[in-house]
Design a binder for this molecule. Structure first.
Ligand SMILES: [Zn+2]
Length: 286
């Protein structure tokens, strides 16, 4: 909206050239969050190095901003939530347990950008997840969602926390086997996440007959080998439960990763190169 107003002002008043150039620079600075992703995603942890952006991205964006400001290129709309939906609308049977809105997560605080206890996803990912929910619902399960769209501001919060090696409040629950100083090099924390592209979800299964979560032989966001979907230290039943979730997700167009049994991304995600920053809040939706 602000950009639109600026463009209109420029068309009417040529002397607003400096203002328009400034706005273009601002837009491109934000667009520097749009970044290529390595092909390693399938084999790397989700909060991980797979989503690392080349360090040259920021300077390159600055150069481009300056060039574009001088050539008065048409404004590129800032990525917004217009193609996202509220997951509880699109998939009414889901159970939400949005860990990053709560303090029960590996940091121990509410995470930046989680302004409401809701889940947002792209329309495409939500529609595919509806198929998973319907299929597993007939078998007596509901989907329990831990995380969906994750703003870049939240990932930035993860990074700040990882750099503060003195803060180990939640170590006993989430990374008892690891020294916090290795989280970056081990790939557990990275500067970008597939979740910020809006078509990735973290979830488990809830058994309607028992009223409990299905036993996956491990817990969400545990930093360790036990979280690998193919970890052989779990029981046969736990392994079968992981496969039940994974098979349902893959049959509806998602793929998992080798390090986290709960994490899935839509194969044909609509924004494969865009890392969104708007907050998790129903107010951002159209
Ligand atoms: Zn995830």
């Amino acid at each position: 909206m602000r950009n639109k107003r600026l463009r209109t002002a420029f068309a009417v008043c040529g002397f607003l050239l400096a203002l328009t150039a400034g706005a273009a620079a601002g837009r491109l600075s934000k667009r520097s969050q749009t970044a290529p992703e390595s092909a390693a995603e399938v084999s790397a942890p989700e909060i991980s190095a797979a989503e690392t952006v080349p360090t040259s991205a920021a300077p390159a964006a600055e150069t481009t901003a300056a060039t574009t400001a001088q050539s008065f290129a048409p404004a590129v709309p800032e990525p917004d939530a217009s193609d996202f939906v509220l997951l509880s609308d699109a998939v009414p049977d889901v159970i939400l347990e949005m860990r990053y809105y709560t303090t029960y997560n590996f940091i121990g605080d509410r995470i930046d950008g989680y302004d409401a206890p809701c889940a947002l996803l792209t329309k495409e990912a939500a529609a595919a997840l509806r198929g998973v929910s319907d299929e597993l619902g007939e078998k007596g399960y509901r989907l329990k969602i831990y995380d969906a769209y994750r703003p870049q501001t939240a990932v930035d919060h993860f990074v700040r926390w990882a750099e503060d090696t003195a803060d180990i409040r939640m170590k006993a629950c989430f990374y008892p086997e690891l020294d916090k100083s290795v989280l970056f090099e081990s790939g557990y924390i990275s500067r970008h996440s597939a979740h910020s592209r809006g078509s990735t979800v973290d979830l488990t299964l809830f058994d309607i007959s028992t009223g409990k979560d299905v036993d996956m032989g491990g817990t969400f966001d545990y930093f360790g080998e036990r979280s690998h979907p193919d970890f052989r230290g779990v029981s046969q039943e736990q392994y079968a439960n992981r496969r039940l979730l994974r098979d349902a997700m893959t049959s509806h167009g998602f793929h998992g990763i080798s390090t986290e049994w709960w994490h899935f991304t839509l194969n044909d995600e609509p924004f494969p190169e865009t890392f969104f920053s708007f907050p998790v809040d129903p107010a951002v939706l159209p």
